[in-house]
Ligand binder design. Structure first.
Ligand code: PLP
Ligand code: COI
Length: 344
């Protein structure tokens, strides 16, 4: 077994099949012991709950090769807790959190040859997914489910790598109806596709969504939370019960306040305040920290002082510290970096 050969700096963010995935089935009221599978395909009934009523949720985390050559992943316990929360909201039976973490580690280990090299700019994206497999016709939860974890090596989420992105303020809402915006539900993402395509057609990388009720406060984008930096260096991030509780954002708020000694605030952010900020970025597993250069809205364009060429200094410091912890260059808080393979 040896590291596969790929043009790592240019692999982009897309699905690439790897040899092994974890599969567990929920039948007769319980999750089975699960198994590793080489089959990337899923065969289900035409009336399966996932197909009819989008009864599905997923997670996203990454595995890294560290400077020392270990393979690690980042805070998988928080993904376990969040998918459990998503599952409860969607009436999907919870996959036990400790088994989730063990299965994540096992899949990464089984695909170790696909974990991109240290310093290549690429990482291994891990995608756990829960979905309803048995048929339904009336609107109700299914009886059988599958839990699956597959992995795919990925590069930067936005084209252009570390270059700042350009956003538009959307007329649409990101999340599905009925208040599921804070869970990672397949339906929420389906509901954002039209808005994302619309933004792309107009030449923007993504949308800034405002709160659906009043269109006053900043929420998030299609796949990441916002981070702002005030002119006096305070890190500010939106507080909202309808955005996804980003693990990266929560980690960065801790890094800012507890490791770097910065001031960090989680609070409601009216859109009218955005023009006052010195820096703006998107944070998430896929986005890491992607700087925002400008935001176009009905009435003007907000350009951030750091511009469309580089990340601002405060976000850069946060980025260097977070990725330093993830890649083993900087010691992180207890439990953040979980070893999967020693000296891979
Ligand atoms: N917001 C949305 C809508 C997302 O899809 C993601 C990605 O998972 C995030 C935020 C960032 O969350 P995390 O940092 O846990 O990856
Ligand atoms: C992630 O960052 O893990 C996401 O889920 C974002 C997007 C790929 C859906």
């Amino acid at each position: 077994m040896a590291l596969v050969e790929m043009d790592w700096p240019n692999i982009g963010f897309q699905y690439r099949e790897t040899p092994v995935r974890f599969v567990s089935e929920y039948k007769d009221g319980k999750w089975d012991e699960g198994r590793m599978s080489t089959d990337p395909n899923v065969v289900i009934n035409e009336s399966a709950g996932v197909i009819q009523y989008a009864q599905t949720c997923f997670e996203g985390l990454k595995a890294y090769r560290t400077e020392k050559g270990d393979i690690v992943c980042f805070r998988p316990d928080l993904n376990a807790a969040r998918i459990a929360e998503s599952a409860r909201r969607l009436c999907i039976p919870v996959f036990p959190e400790d088994r989730f973490v063990e299965a994540v580690k096992a899949v990464i280990k089984a695909n170790a040859d696909y974990v991109p090299p240290y310093g290549s700019g690429a990482t291994l994206y891990v995608r756990p997914v829960l979905f309803a497999t048995s048929p339904v016709l009336g609107v109700k939860p299914a009886v059988n489910y599958e839990f699956r974890i597959f992995v795919s090596p990925v590069g930067p989420y936005f084209k252009g790598g570390a270059k700042p992105v350009s956003l538009m303020v959307s007329d649409f809402d990101r999340a599905a109806p009925h208040g599921t915006g804070h869970v990672k539900a397949g339906l929420n993402y389906a509901m954002s596709l039209y808005a994302i395509e619309h933004a792309h057609e107009l030449g923007f990388n993504e949308n800034m969504y405002l709160d659906a009720a009043t269109r006053t406060y900043v929420e998030e984008t299609g796949g990441a939370n916002f981070l702002f930096v005030t002119k006096d260096g305070t890190v500010v991030t939106p507080k909202s019960s309808t955005i996804l509780p980003s693990i990266t954002r929560r980690s960065l708020v801790y890094v800012a306040s507890e490791i770097l000694g910065m001031k960090a605030e989680e609070r409601e952010i009216p859109f009218t305040e955005v023009k006052e900020f010195a820096e703006c970025g998107l944070c998430g597993t896929a986005a890491v920290i992607s700087p925002v250069g400008k935001i176009t809205y009905d009435g003007g364009v907000i350009e951030f002082p750091s511009g469309m060429e580089k990340m601002g200094p405060v976000l850069q410091k946060l980025y260097d510290t977070l990725t330093g912890i993830q890649m083993g260059r900087i010691p992180g808080p207890e439990g953040w970096v979980v070893k999967v393979v020693e000296n891979a």
